[in-house]
Unconditional design. Structure first.
Length: 291
């Protein structure tokens, strides 16, 4: 067992999984506290690093692409207080942090675990049901449908349509963007067949976020939905399959044209007396079999 206990939280590695427990200090982000304890299997890890500073350092995990629906939904946009995969380390515990990191690296090496992408989620995502209120509305998800309810701050044309319920089967993805500077953020649900050009303020499938304290909790809803949508690897496979299929069709078309030209050439050779009747019949039969 290798573990490190800090005010920011606790990491404990038992050889098979890393157990991450958030701390109870006020500086621990609301999202991390709501997520609670995470159990990260070893095969979900791609690497770990220790960064040392004068006042404090960081122990950071790098997960394999596609292993965690939270990271898939947020796409690297979680800010430091809310990122569950980094731990603030006090200078007097740098040695312990290095020891934990070395244990994780050695286990990855001994197990021969690749750092490449995975084709299934290795973490389950937030527990259900999940709900968050921020910005101009509330987003809830029960595993089968998303429900959006609006508040008094919602733009009138969007609020006038009333609460919105979207079946999971109608969703193709989620788009979570935190507020940054003067730019508002959003949680947008991508609905099959629905346009996505409208700004979140007017989009009935989106909650607009203004950078307030509870905004990051919308990432929980995004991750819960993401965990129950087809894994991104399925879309990549489909995208690769279509060009391959088209290439195969093109090759088949090219082969067909080549064989037809060959038949014409054989006919000309036969007419010119270069090929005997028997030779022409045998060659023609071979080409026709390939067609």
């Amino acid at each position: 067992m290798a573990d490190i206990i800090q005010k920011d939280g606790t990491w404990a590695f038992d050889g098979d999984a890393l157990r991450i427990t958030p701390g109870r200090e006020k500086n621990v982000g609301l999202l991390r506290r709501e997520l609670g304890e995470l159990v990260v299997p070893l095969r979900a890890l791609a690497g770990v690093s220790v960064e040392q500073g004068r006042k404090s350092g960081r122990l950071r995990l790098r997960l394999r692409d596609g292993a965690d629906p939270l990271l898939q939904a947020t796409r690297g946009r979680l800010t430091e207080p809310h990122d569950p995969y980094q731990l603030v380390v006090e200078p007097d515990r740098y040695g312990v942090a290095e020891y934990v990191a070395d244990e994780l690296r050695n286990a990855l090496l001994l197990e021969g675990i690749s750092s490449g992408p995975v084709d299934e989620y290795l973490l389950p995502g937030p527990s259900l049901p999940v709900s968050a209120s921020a910005g101009d509305g509330t987003a809830s998800f029960d595993g089968e449908r998303v429900r959006l309810e609006w508040n008094w701050k919602t733009e009138e044309s969007k609020a006038s349509a009333g609460p919105r319920t979207i079946p999971l089967a109608d969703l193709t993805g989620v788009d979570w963007q935190p507020a940054a500077g003067l730019e508002n953020g959003h949680l947008r649900f991508l609905v099959r067949g629905a346009p996505v050009g409208a700004p979140p303020k007017y989009d009935p499938n989106a909650v607009e976020l203004w950078g307030f304290r509870k905004d990051p909790l919308m990432a929980l809803v995004a991750a819960a939905v993401q965990a129950r949508l087809p894994h991104p690897s399925a879309a990549r496979e489909e995208a690769g399959r279509i060009p391959a299929q088209r290439a195969g069709e093109q090759r088949a078309g090219d082969d067909h044209d080549t064989l037809l030209r060959r038949l014409r050439e054989l006919g000309e050779l036969h007419r010119d007396g270069v090929l005997t009747d028997e030779e022409f019949a045998l060659a023609k039969q071979a080409v026709l079999k390939r067609l």
